[in-house]
Design a binder for this molecule. Structure first.
Ligand SMILES: [Zn+2]
Ligand SMILES: [Zn+2]
Length: 315
């Protein structure tokens, strides 16, 4: 099968179709989205080698459970061992023995086929198009914030960043409180949120500090420092950025201000699929360009350009 392969560089390759292991389904990929994590992987993040890609929609070709065969699915990306302490505490996303689709010890979605445990699969409602369904995984990551913080209509929330994840985060938080402001860098990107009625400002404009919650989704090293300036004492910073590098920070600030810093990664698929099915989150304006698998390397180059939002690869 054709697949995008990364070791020291990205290239299109011809590799064997993966064999499903016990409890796994074989899925024919229809489309996959390029995420910032994928771009970081090509810079060495997680020291991953193999087929990247974890935001996908596909059709189940083979499954130990007949129900799934022929169904259009999305899939949770963490594949836990099921027996360790964290798995038994129902924290499978933190299983130390897990593999992660396209990120850690498991080939991903920029290929004609992938395998995933049947337990990870979610049926995609017919009302969701393929190009929209690839947003399920990043949208679930945005919904994770609502599991980790108690945001109500009373709270003032700042979102730092205007990239694809920040846009999803802003839309999800907008469902809970209208006291939202998004702080972006690119006029064209913040314009997409303004069209949805979400107040935005540019990075060099003065932002009123003292927010109850600041979500750091800039994708840059500097975002956390800015978040610490803008959050109120005893407020919460939710960290969404994954950068391959390391931070240098004045760690006395969160101590003195008693700030909670909450790392936030993967989230629940169910509310994400529900939101996409009824259209309360708008993702189609976030699609920059769609490439065929034969141009997947160019797709990555396009996704790395500063004006790019979601770039999708069709198989
Ligand atoms: Zn991702
Ligand atoms: Zn485990």
């Amino acid at each position: 099968m054709r697949a995008l392969w990364f070791d020291s560089e990205l290239r299109l390759d011809d590799v064997p179709v993966p064999q499903p292991q016990k409890g796994e389904a074989l899925i024919r990929v229809l489309a996959a989205g390029i995420c910032n994590t994928d771009l970081e992987i090509t810079k060495g993040y997680m020291k991953f080698t193999g087929i990247p890609g974890h935001e996908f929609v596909g059709i189940v070709e083979k499954s130990p459970d007949e129900y799934w065969v022929g169904k259009r699915v999305v899939g949770e990306i963490n594949c836990p061992c099921g027996v360790c302490t964290y798995c038994r505490l129902e924290m499978p996303r933190h299983c130390p023995n897990r593999s992660v689709l396209g990120i850690q010890n498991r080939n991903g979605a920029f290929a004609e086929f992938l395998t995933l445990p049947v337990n990870n699969l979610h049926l995609v409602p017919n009302s969701i198009r393929d190009d929209v369904a690839v947003f399920t995984e990043p949208l679930a990551a945005a919904f994770r914030i609502l599991e980790q913080t108690q945001i109500t209509g009373e709270h003032r929330v700042l979102i730092l960043g205007d990239g694809k994840l920040a846009q999803l985060v802003a839309q999800v938080i907008w469902l809970k409180t209208k006291r939202v402001q998004c702080v972006g860098k690119h006029e064209s990107k913040v314009e997409l949120l303004r069209r949805l009625g979400i107040p935005c400002m540019l990075y060099d404009e003065p932002v009123e500090p003292g927010a109850d919650v600041v979500v750091e989704a800039t994708g840059s090293k500097e975002g956390l420092t800015r978040a610490m300036e803008l959050v109120r004492p005893e407020g919460t910073i939710v960290l969404k950025t994954t950068v391959a590098g390391t931070h240098e920070l004045a760690m006395s600030i969160p101590v003195i201000q008693e700030i909670k810093i909450v790392g936030s990664r993967c989230g629940p698929f169910r509310p994400a699929l529900d939101a996409l099915a009824v259209g309360i989150v708008e993702v189609r304006p976030l699609i920059t360009e769609i490439f065929g698998i034969e141009h997947a390397v160019q797709a990555f180059q396009r996704a790395a350009q500063p004006d790019a939002m979601k770039v999708i690869v069709h198989m």
